[in-house]
Write a protein of this length. Sequence first.
Length: 238
Amino acid sequence: MAASLPDDLIPDILVLIPPEEPACLVLASAVCKAWRRIVTDPAFSGRYRALHRTPPMLGFFHNPMDIPMEDKAPSFVPTTSFRLPTPDRRMRHMFDCHHGRVLLYNYDFESPTQGFNIWDPLTDDQHIIPDVPDMFTKGAVVCTAASGGCHHRSCSAGPFIVAFAGVNGHGDAVHADFYSSETREWSLELYIYVGDGFELKEDRPAVFVGDSLYFVGTSGFLVRYWYSPLLRLVTQTC
């Protein structure tokens, strides 16, 4: 009869399961009640995240083209064996995805979540963003601690901000604002004059670098939305 593993060695073995294959942890938790207690223990989760550091990319979203609005939904392309649940996401357009959250616009006027909302694809939780001005055509969601102090290993349950940017009707000024999930309020609106004919490129997502979000504009311009520690300033750089 084969000898059983000492109980104190089991966590040391389970913590080595590659994060690229999260289904293996689920299977391990189904072996027995003792293993399930280990895998679901917050101390094990903290140790697992500390060992493997940066979470792996499980996949990416993209907006399908040439599809009727009533059938349009962001598609998830997995890069591992992990598969997302399949809730109904029809009549939705994805604007951004950062730090485990997705910024969506729901075009279904009969839906209770019509308009902009933040979606957690792992838990299916949604947070409606109220009163978004029509001028805003670009948006991005980031962890509130994104400018420092967060390792981004488990921040999807924490607070976030949503940054919006848009160009006025004359095409000569960029307006920006952000919404905080902590205060459930909007910041003071910011703007910068950029010259006639300026546009924010619809097909370019916002890029988060250091403490700033960058929105891509025409004529080689970037709109920089500065985060220090909150989004406070709009500048333009060539």
